[in-house]
Design a binder for this molecule. Sequence first.
Ligand SMILES: [Fe+2]
Length: 311
Amino acid sequence: MIRNLNHIGLTVPSLEIGRAFYECFGLQTHASGKDLVFRCEGRDQDQVRLMEGPTKRLAYVSFGTHKGGLQPLRERLEAADVKIADAPFDVSFGGIWFKDPDGDWINVQEAEDAGSTLAPTAEVNSPQRYRRIGTRACDITSSQKKARPRRLGHLIKFSTDVDRAVEFYGKVLGLLVSDKGLDILAFMRSPFGGDHHMIGIAKGPHTGLHHISFEVGDIDEIEMGAQALLAAGYKDGFGLGRHGPGSNYFHYIRDPWNSLVEYFWDIDVIPENADWTPMPNNPEGVHAVLHAVWSESPAPADFIVNFEEPH
Ligand SMILES: [Fe+2]
């Protein structure tokens, strides 16, 4: 079974245009053969691999499983008639490769999430729970605060058949549904516990990446990161706001090829074996899954558009 999200691979027409965007977003660049990989400051784990290609598209998603987890996964794939393939890309990491029902490449490796060397951010004071006593949350006399992405938390990708994708990621790969709105949008989490979602599936005319999302230290970092990208000329996506599913605060910015990259903070965390109830399958529940709790402005019409070309 899948335990964690390792990184994603994208093909893009220009590595340097991609480098400029992701560095402005707050990631750090490393060379990896012909490709560029991007990591979070203080964390020894690839999060995004950019490979040169004719158009921007989601190339693969790499997940981690526990030690000894590959063999049972092979058996589940075989039982589901899913073919295990040779590595379709020239990459140095191992694991197994196969396609999901939308034809997207999936890699699974025995790999744990790396820890972060960054210090935790300041505690939050809220009524009757005053946790930051005698300490400033923001000291603007020292270095300027900026977005410092801590980890890739999740991705959302389009599917022509959300129910089919949910069945595959659930029954074959072992993920659990945290919330689902009709056959339009589903959020799935690790069976070992963790964020409300590590992958989401959104209904679309064909497969493609909707967004990837990085956790930052607090709501200030969300907006300071977003404002820095806007000042650099990148296009706004949607935000600031707070999601219903997952409860995370968010702001999305469009990458140079019109996919979205999200900063998030304060996501719901669901432990292993939790008695978690998805939002109800009634008009109120479905509305809650498909809409933000609040946002600075309504979601733009193109927020749900799949800008990747069909393949
Ligand atoms: Fe997200």
